[in-house]
Design a binder for this molecule. Structure first.
Ligand SMILES: Cc1cc2nc3c(=O)[nH]c(=O)nc-3n(C[C@H](O)[C@H](O)[C@H](O)COP(=O)(O)O)c2cc1C
Length: 184
């Protein structure tokens, strides 16, 4: 069976980010014949449309990794009831210039963790709106929201909640299955 390559990135730069933990944990939950490469988006510049036709090395490399992947995983917190600015910035960079959208026809799975009771739901739904214009294929189920994150992880970034781990595994299975179907 052909290997399915997923790239992942997150919406938090914090060293002990719960969303960073979710990405790391996802690596160990990937189904057989698939891999997850976590991309470092911390060095990306702020999007400036004057530069979109001559992107920096970092931006070009980010775009190439997405284009060469079979699907995308994003794990994000919610900032002020929406998507963190630097994550939206990374998505904007990879979507441009017009006609060179790296996300075109890529399946995308979303996870979120927050310290609040909704687990980042509002950030996810705002992102899903962008996926429509980006012509991505969102994996709708299961929705993975990690609510009250400080209670769900131990001090080493391990997730203590078996139900969430089960949902993550199912979401990653669905992402890889969809990617495989698109590749056929
Ligand atoms: C600028 C900012 C805005 C935030 N807004 C929200 C919010 O709207 N909803 C929420 O549940 N948590 C909010 N939080 C708290 C985050 O859930 C919390 O900082 C979480 O740990 C961030 O995820 P991370 O651990 O991956 O960095 C906010 C945090 C910051 C720094």
């Amino acid at each position: 069976m052909e290997e399915i390559k997923i790239v992942g990135f997150g919406g938090s730069l914090r060293k002990k980010s719960y969303n960073g933990y979710l990405l790391n944990i996802s690596k160990g939950l990937m189904p057989e014949n698939s891999s997850l490469e976590i991309l470092d988006i911390s060095g990306l510049p702020m999007f400036n449309q004057d530069e979109e036709n001559s992107p920096s090395v970092n931006v070009r490399s980010f775009k190439e990794k997405i284009k060469n992947s079979d699907g995308v995983l994003i794990s994000t917190p919610e900032y002020n009831y929406s998507t963190p600015g630097f994550l939206k910035n990374a998505i904007d960079l990879a979507s441009r210039p017009y006609g060179d959208n790296s996300f075109e026809n890529k399946p995308v799975a979303l996870m979120s963790a927050s310290i609040g009771m909704l687990g980042g739901a509002r950030a996810q739904y705002h992102l899903r709106q962008s996926f429509v214009f980006l012509n991505m294929i969102p994996i709708n189920r299961p929705e993975v929201f990690v609510t009250m994150a400080p209670d769900k992880f131990d001090e080493n970034g391990n997730l203590k909640d078996e139900m969430t781990i089960g949902f993550m595994r199912q979401l990653l299975n669905n992402l890889v299955d969809t990617a495989r179907n698109i590749k056929k």
